[in-house]
Design a protein around this ligand. Structure first.
Ligand SMILES: Cc1ncc(C[n+]2csc(CCOP(=O)(O)OP(=O)(O)O)c2C)c(N)n1
Ligand SMILES: [Mg+2]
Length: 512
């Protein structure tokens, strides 16, 4: 309470979420959008336990977050029973650092912020005991600045040997592919990858969290690499896989499918996953390394044809039933894309629609596709969508989710309504936890606990202060979407009752 009081005095905007996990999703989305750590303030014990899902999301997606909670006085803590929990032990597996803030507050904050943003970034937990919250700082912010505003990033460089090594790998390959992952969150690296792809005729993919880093209409942009069935049609033919900043936190869990050698380009040495069988790793300035490799002129054009990529992408649309005349989820995704501006930001929930969004949503700008990648938790898209709209009010923001996620998190729509955030939420209303129901069916198990009531989206939305629509046709979707795009200061919720007859076929096509 002392902290909130001081924040108000300092003019720091506090957005009250309805629940702490949602607050963490908001802060993590804001962190990724802005590049600065997100800050979440929660109450002691139950505030921390409720936040756990959101902290785990930031941990697995490597997003910098400060989670600040209160704690009983040091004198009382050992004998307090009610609402006394050891937050450090609770959060230690899902944070980079936990600390008890002392009155050397500037020094502690500097360490906390640096720890949260250092590669790979992640959450830091700060506990402020009551007596510290009431005390004055014993250090001073001139000597101990919490943020080094004049810190200069000296880019790592690459060696001539690295250029020669990468060039040689490319020169010996007749069909390489490129895959860009989430550790490259830098538009310049995306452009260097695209330049390499264009210069040497190499199909280039991004993993879902790196969507938008490659120019979306480039002839060599092969779309999304999810470690799924569809793209194996192309990648199976590759004799070299060059991955840049590849992180396995946002692809299907299936084991690595390919036998071609993997060459990894990394910004630093912090990627220790060994998920893909990497034979060679080059660490340094990926952008400069790729440009130097292309400019060396020693790697010639591959044997891929542009039609290999365009045929693959056209096949994907028919595989995922994106061009059916009726209202399928895939078709609706494409319809929403066509009806929203290029710089639209999206937040995507776990569920049957998530891989469809990964493959089909065309992100036209870097850092415009948000999801709970690593944790893949339900209940993400509403709070993340609200944070994106608050962070970038001039952009259209769309949150996509199943009805299970919607029922889990609907109360956070009230935050969008209260804050005047004109987010559009698209809900796949199918009366089921479909992603689980399909798996039960495939294993010939009983379908237990996977049915939901087909609730009215209009009524749930209006209960939380938003306009809601239930749509069953493409024309109704177009109408509701146009209203949502034009309403910039209040949320709109569109319940899409899609034709799901091909759902099991699509699931098979994705995962095999
Ligand atoms: C918090 C959380 N609980 C459970 C799951 C497991 N899970 C993944 S998808 C899914 C079903 C989602 O249902 P819905 O939101 O209606 O989407 P649908 O698959 O029906 O399109 C479940 C239960 C999860 N990812 N996150
Ligand atoms: Mg559902």
């Amino acid at each position: 309470m002392e902290l909130l009081d001081e924040m108000e005095r300092q003019g720091i905007r506090y957005v009250p979420a309805r629940e702490e996990g949602a607050a963490c999703f908001m802060a993590a989305a804001d962190a990724r959008l802005s590049g600065a750590p997100g800050v979440v303030v929660v109450t002691t014990a139950p505030g921390l336990t409720a936040a756990v899902n959101g902290v785990a999301n930031a941990f697995l997606d490597r997003l910098p977050l400060l989670i600040i909670s209160g704690q009983h006085d040091a004198e009382k803590y050992p004998v307090t029973i009610r609402q006394a929990l050891d937050g450090h032990t609770l959060l230690s597996p899902i944070t980079k650092w936990t600390a008890r803030v002392s009155t050397r507050v500037n020094q502690v904050m500097a360490r906390a912020i640096d720890t949260a943003v250092a590669s790979p970034p992640g959450p830091v937990f700060l506990e402020i005991r009551s007596e510290v919250a009431r005390a004055s700082a014993t250090d001073n912010s001139d000597t101990w600045p919490s943020v080094l505003t004049d810190a200069t990033d000296v880019k790592p460089t690459y060696t001539p040997a690295a250029v020669a090594g990468l060039t040689e790998q490319l020169a010996h390959s007749s069909r390489p592919v490129l895959v860009v992952g989430s550790r490259v969150n830098d538009a310049a690296v995306g452009l260097a990858v695209a330049h390499t792809a264009e210069s040497l005729n190499i199909p280039a993919f991004t993993t879902p969290s790196a969507k938008g880093l490659l120019p979306f209409d480039g002839a060599w942009n092969a779309g999304t690499f999810l470690n799924g069935n569809p793209e194996s049609g192309l990648v199976d033919k590759a004799d070299l896989i060059v991955v840049a900043g590849f992180d396995a936190n946002d692809i299907f869990n299936a084991g690595w499918r390919y036998e071609a050698p993997v060459v990894a380009l990394e910004n630093d040495r912090s990627n220790t996953q060994h998920y893909a069988p990497t034979t060679t790793q080059f660490v340094g300035d990926i952008e400069a390394l790729l440009h130097a490799a292309v400019d060396s002129g020693k790697a010639s054009k591959s044997r891929w044809e542009k039609s290999d990529v365009s045929d693959y992408r056209a096949g994907l649309l028919s595989l995922l039933r994106a061009e059916s005349d009726g209202l399928t989820i895939s078709g609706a995704i494409r319809q929403v894309r066509a009806g929203t501006p290029p710089d639209t930001l999206v937040a995507v929930d776990a569920g049957f629609g998530k891989p469809l969004m990964s493959y089909l949503w065309e992100s036209q700008l870097p850092n415009s596709y948000f999801s709970s990648h690593g944790l893949s938790t339900m209940g993400y898209a509403i709070p993340a969508g609200v944070a994106l709209k608050l962070g970038r009010p001039a952009s259209t923001v769309v949150g996509f989710m199943g009805d299970g996620s919607f029922h889990m998190r609907a109360s956070e729509i009230g935050v969008a309504a209260d804050e005047g955030a004109g987010v559009i939420f698209v809900v796949w209303v199918d009366g089921a936890l479909a992603q689980i129901q399909i798996k039960q069916r495939r294993k010939h198990l009983k379908e237990v606990g996977v049915l939901l009531p087909m609730r009215s989206t209009e009524r749930i939305a209006s209960a939380f202060g938003a306009a809601g629509y239930d749509v069953e046709t493409r024309a109704e979707l177009a109408e509701a979407l146009a209203i949502g795009v034009s309403r910039t200061d209040a949320p709109t919720v569109i319940g899409v009752r899609a034709d799901n007859t091909d759902r099991d076929l699509i699931f098979d096509a994705l995962r095999g």
